[in-house]
Design a protein. Sequence first.
Length: 77
Amino acid sequence: MPKPDIEDVAADLELVKHIIEGLDHRVQQLEARLPLSHVAFGLTKEVGEDETVFHVHMVDHYGRPAQVTFTLQNEDL
């Protein structure tokens, strides 16, 4: 599997920063769905024509995988 381009990773991190800073209501929704015992270890996104779907990948304290998905309209990004 090829390593991701550092510029793509940086752009994704900037996007996540923008989401967290600019869309507080979405962050609150996400926080409400994430148990404190879960540790996030990855973020993937699917960019569609009208919306972008983000998947937060994590594991619980037993090592079981879990995922939270949230969707933003592209015009909000």
